[in-house]
Write a protein that binds this ligand. Structure first.
Ligand code: GSH
Length: 216
């Protein structure tokens, strides 16, 4: 039976779950919610997630929200399907979890000001100084993460750590799409840029890219 996957286009948290579903080769039904239409606060969705956020999955009646819990659940519930999202022994899996926590705890914070300035601020409210400061902070965080890339992927083999980070990195490209003067590429050290190209060459990546990002 297919897993119901509730998501909003462009949500980095939903995107990491979709990458996990694809990498594990699990059948799923997309249930697209519109933020603009207020779908996340409609009673039928709040009944699934009282925090009214995507992603949510429903797997044969089991409802789960919070992206990281969902990704771990998929890996545990379907251990023989596709990619191991938490590969290796207890220590290797701990490193995957650590990087996922770092992405949520530090990378999110470091990139949010860029996104606020480029995507959400009204043109008249934008500030070149604020954007320069935001860029510097984001670049510092990407340089930090690049230190983990001694090999191809963040934590050894391809894992949940890579899927947690990629949507945030892709959000920088989205900023560039929205404002071509925002040079996203220069934020990424060579090792991270090469990692990004590797992720983007995964066969299922293109189908998960938010359609409105592809169009503009
Ligand atoms: N910690 C949550 C964050 C989810 C989240 O913030 N989702 C946003 C979209 S990126 C959302 O659904 N916002 C809609 C709302 O707050 O009503 C997770 O990892 O799943």
């Amino acid at each position: 039976m297919a897993i119901d996957f509730y998501y909003g286009s462009g949500s980095p948290y939903a995107w990491r779950v979709q990458l996990a579903l694809e990498a594990k080769g699990l059948p799923y039904e997309r249930r697209l919610l519109s933020f603009a239409a207020g779908d996340t606060v409609k009673p039928e969705f709040v009944a699934l997630n009282p925090r009214h956020r995507v992603p949510v999955i429903v797997d044969a009646g089991f409802v789960l929200y919070e992206s990281n819990a969902i990704v771990e659940y998929l890996d545990e519930a379907y251990p023989t399907h596709g990619l191991k999202l938490f590969p290796g022994d207890a220590r290797q899996r701990a490193v995957v979890r650590r990087i996922v926590s770092e992405v949520d705890g530090y990378t999110d914070d470091a990139t949010e000001p860029v996104i606020d300035e480029v995507i959400y601020a009204k043109p008249e409210a934008r500030s070149a100084e604020r954007l320069a400061a935001a860029r510097e902070r984001a670049a510092g965080e990407f340089a930090f993460l690049a230190r983990y890339l001694g090999g191809e992927w963040l934590a050894g083999p391809l894992s949940a750590a890579d899927f947690a980070l990629y949507p945030i990195v892709a959000f920088m490209d989205r900023c560039h799409q929205r404002d071509p003067s925002f040079d996203a590429e220069s934020l990424f050290p060579p090792a991270l840029a090469a990692w990004k190209r590797r992720i983007e060459s995964l066969p299922y990546l293109a189908t998960t890219r938010p359609p409105h990002w592809r169009a503009s």
